[in-house]
Write a protein that binds this ligand. Structure first.
Ligand SMILES: Cc1cc2nc3c(=O)[nH]c(=O)nc-3n(C[C@H](O)[C@H](O)[C@H](O)COP(=O)(O)OP(=O)(O)OC[C@H]3O[C@@H](n4cnc5c(N)ncnc54)[C@H](O)[C@@H]3O)c2cc1C
Length: 360
């Protein structure tokens, strides 16, 4: 890596002020090993292409970054190289409410996009942290609490532009749903954690806001009842389910179902859920929110089986703290003081075609 010559060359090629900052100055949400790293802030795609080509020439590793809210999860700490942030490339290029899509630069935050759409009662259905850039959300293929209904970011990317690791500008997909003019490479970039290229623009599908959103809560008195309620609600074709979460408390397992759809339909579903499982509109939310040591992800078909096994473990080790989002296939576990059970938890995930998502 020839960093000094790389910087000198960039100064000759790009005559923009404030091209360089540091992770600390930019307030990026990163652990200490990254804080002193330089961050390049191109103002447009041309500058970005020059940066990538010059970095290749001087063998300087580049790491795309948005606001750094998930960076450490996708990228291992690295000794050499610098960040490239698209924070200055944060414009809305074109919003087409009649076609239900919006074209944006990758540095725009998801909350800025939501503000633009809100005036037409339209939204981008993936929940995220307020500071997430759309480039970061696509690269992480992010999803929110309502993944059961809205899936992941990949499903909303119709097209994109990105700069390849060699510095070429590549456009894929387009503005129409029936689009055959290029490979579906934009689907590959979603979830690629910045490895295949730096996303500069994206065309996103958006949706009308649902007429009604409903939150209902019930409490399962024990594990057996919890499994029964989750299974019935999760696999019912009669419920417009968006998310199904649960926690544990001193009096059992509070379960929360979120529904979205037409008011009349939800009214009928609410009555059914009230009569069959005691669901009610809650006065407040349950919020014990224990911090997890580990999160496991299971395919939906194996979720109940996996949770049953975890509940069996809990009978032997009552300190095990469990919460989950059945709609997203996730179980969050806190096992402070009983770390030896981690191997059993991993075994459960493996035998049920699951994954370990996150380990603290
Ligand atoms: C409080 C909190 C709540 C959160 N809630 C959610 C949630 O509900 N759903 C969810 O999915 N996530 C959530 N996250 C995680 C995170 O906010 C999102 O995944 C977010 O999309 C990351 O955006 P970012 O701009 O911070 O990306 P970064 O963290 O900067 O980067 C994430 C990855 O994307 C790559 N990348 C960034 N920009 C680009 C680009 N332009 N081109 C190519 N690669 C790029 C990076 O190299 C890195 O690998 C949450 C985080 C926090 C702290």
């Amino acid at each position: 890596m020839d960093y000094i010559n790389f910087c000198q060359r960039l100064q000759q090629e790009i005559k923009t002020e404030n091209l360089v900052s540091t992770a600390l100055e930019m307030g990026l949400n990163l652990s200490r090993e990254y804080e002193a790293k330089d961050v390049l802030l191109p103002q447009d795609t041309e500058q970005l292409m020059i940066i990538v080509k010059t970095a290749n020439q001087y063998r300087v590793p580049l790491y795309p970054i948005g606001n750094g809210t998930r960076f450490a999860q996708g990228v291992k700490p690295f000794p050499e190289g610098i960040f490239v942030s698209l924070k200055k490339m944060n414009n809305c290029i074109e919003y087409r409410p009649n076609n239900m899509n919006i074209e944006v630069e990758a540095g725009i935050t998801v909350s800025q996009i939501q503000k633009i759409l809100a005036k037409d009662n339209i939204y981008f259905p993936i929940d995220s942290n307020d500071r997430s850039t759309i480039g970061g959300l696509i690269a992480a293929n992010g999803y929110g609490r309502k993944k059961f209904l809205h899936k992941t970011t990949r499903f909303y990317v119709m097209g994109m532009e990105f700069v390849s690791p060699r510095g070429e500008l590549i456009k894929v997909g387009g503005r129409t749903i029936k689009n055959v003019s290029s490979y579906d490479l934009h689907q590959l970039l979603a979830g690629s954690w910045g490895v295949f290229g730096i996303i500069t623009k994206a065309i996103l599908k958006v949706k009308p806001k649902p007429e009604k959103e409903l939150v209902l809560e019930t409490t399962a008195k024990d594990g057996t009842e919890l499994l029964k309620v989750l299974e019935r609600v999760l696999f019912s074709e009669k419920i417009n389910l968006a998310s199904l979460t649960f926690e544990q408390s001193h009096w059992g397992f509070p379960v929360r179902a979120e529904l979205e759809g037409f008011a009349q339909t939800l009214q009928e579903q609410q009555e059914m859920l009230e009569n069959e499982y005691g669901f009610r509109v809650p006065e407040g939310f349950f919020t014990t929110q224990s911090k997890e040591n580990i999160t496991i992800a299971l395919p939906l078909k194996n979720y109940i089986k996996g949770l049953e096994k975890i509940l069996e473990l809990k009978q032997k080790k009552p300190q095990l703290n469990i919460r989950g989002n059945a709609g997203s296939g996730l179980i969050y576990l806190n096992f402070s003081g009983i770390e030896s059970i981690i191997e059993k938890i991993k075994d459960i995930a493996n035998t049920l075609e699951g994954d370990l998502v996150f380990e603290n």
